[in-house]
Design a protein around this ligand. Sequence first.
Ligand code: PMT
Length: 225
Amino acid sequence: QSVADLTGKHVLVSAGGTREHLDPVRFLGNSSSGKQGYALARIAAARGAKVTLVAANSELPDPAGVQVVPVVSAQDLYDEITGRAADADAIVMAAAVADFRPADVVEHKIKKTADGAVPAVDLVQNPDILHTISHDRARPGQIIVGFAAETGDADHTVLDLGRAKLERKGCDLLVVNDVSGGKVFGSDLNEAVILDRAGTALPVPSGSKDALSGVIWNLVAAHWS
Ligand code: PMT
């Protein structure tokens, strides 16, 4: 799309995967590369939007014309997104966020002991950013888009799980990725279904993360027009 149809809008996008440190050198993380969120940011900027990209641990180069705010943990991401939400006409949460973090971060590297004892790691829950910003809208008319990384099981399809997540999180659109077998993470391609507020599946041709980003911005722009 070459039109500047997002001109005058400020969009806030999250990308990458959070890291929850156990000690100075070890963390709980995930294999998000940031490609999906960076594609969303790059394409929104090309369509005229002012773009802020809150990026968790991605090694991708900064997209041209985009303000990039680096973060490490889910709590950092929560602080940056909630702190900037009131300025955003749309927020897209493409980041893969850890639901849990270690209860304590040890100051020095955890070491093996002579008796072979294995340390136990207690986890505590992280704040749910998408749930918070969707249930407590910082700006009237704001559009909020979530992503869902799902693997179906014998009792639930990926879409069933997506619909339940849409209901819980309270966002306007949910992009449901089937990530079984680890697919989508790190790839240039995506295979997604987009659910609208009513849970209706909107058609998305399978293809690149750039193409999916274009479809997402078309839907957001349609809300505004
Ligand atoms: O980065 P890539 O390699 O390109 O891969 C893309 C992707 C697979 C990471 C991306 O497309 C994707 O699916 N992102 C969402 C991953 C995720 O965290 O899914 P979830 O189902 O656990 O979370 C649902 C939604 O809630 C997401 O929008 C997430 O950002 C948000 N969330 C989750 C937990 C939390 N504590 N706070 C949140 O805001």
